[in-house]
Design a protein around this ligand. Sequence first.
Ligand code: NDP
Length: 336
Amino acid sequence: MVKARKYVANKDFQGVPKREDFDLVEYELPPLKEGEFLVKAEWISVDPYLRFLNSKIPAPYDQFGFQIGTVQESRNPSYPVGTQVVTHEGWCDYSNAKETDDPLAKVYKLPDLQGLPTELALGVIGMPGVTAYFGFLEICQPKAGETVVVTGAAGAVGSVVGQIAKIKGCRVIGLAGSDDKVQWLEKDLGFDKAINYKTADIHKALAEAAPNGIDCYFDNVGGEISSIIIGKMNQYGRVAACGSISAYNEDPTKMPKATVLQPTIILKELKIEGFHVSRWSQPKDRWPEAFSDLVQWIKNGQIEVRSHVTEGFDNIYDAFIGMLAGENTGKAVVKI
Ligand code: NDP
């Protein structure tokens, strides 16, 4: 019998999730069933959607999320002992995993990282990278010379969107929450302009950075900042509505108000499209397509990556809250 530990979300979070909203449970894993394999976790991801989905799922539930681990025992010949895997088993140290058709809870062998660090399979060579790749290229449909704005620009998804936009020949403006992040975006990642949305006059800063207007907006945050950006878009502008983290800790029955956008949407003939990354899992799994380009771009030096690493299974909650508060530059991950 394998002794395992897992975090159980025990209630609907009110505002910022509290430590006592999770129980740390020790239990014995049942014996493997046919098709299952025992995975020991090595890296666990903390992501904004874990907060977002809490209000959609009745508690208690085992805290889900992506993790990377190695198969210790197996009753599935496709996953022999020693195989490195990505699963959606979440905040647990051992799990009995199996393949699934659920596009939100994918289980797959670690992609070929060509020597890049393993934890990138939770970031740029994982779900966030796929979100940036398809969400930006297929929904924004950027053209060389166009002006692109991305919010959450120094995070896992945003930092990749901005760099893909540069690869495609666009002028790129990023919004992020600290001067250090602004420095990183401009000096290391090659953004044409980065803006600290917490201290800048966003109207003024955008007017200066995008004097000819905005063609594509990759929206990670929602709320009033997005209304300001969308208000400055050009004719036939495209918006990829990816996330709305500015409201994830708000009471869903009392959502904040933002400036009405319909007159601009109509006058400028804008296209605004929401999406889930699972769209590119079915009917055909297209994630490997994104992985292949992203690995090459990293190896060519066209995409720079950073992981924000927290150490230790007992610190997953802190890593999660830190990420929601903006402590991470790049992808927030926990090393087990
Ligand atoms: P990040 O790595 O960007 O981490 C979250 C960041 O959000 C923080 O670092 C913080 O950076 C920023 N943030 C927190 N609160 C606010 C706020 N009130 N206003 C503006 N920014 C805030 O996370 P991800 O890259 O993983 O995710 C980015 C977005 O993409 C999220 O909204 C997420 O839900 C969404 N997403 C959507 C997917 C989809 O399929 N549609 C898939 C994956 C992600 P800062 O210091 O800049 O404030």
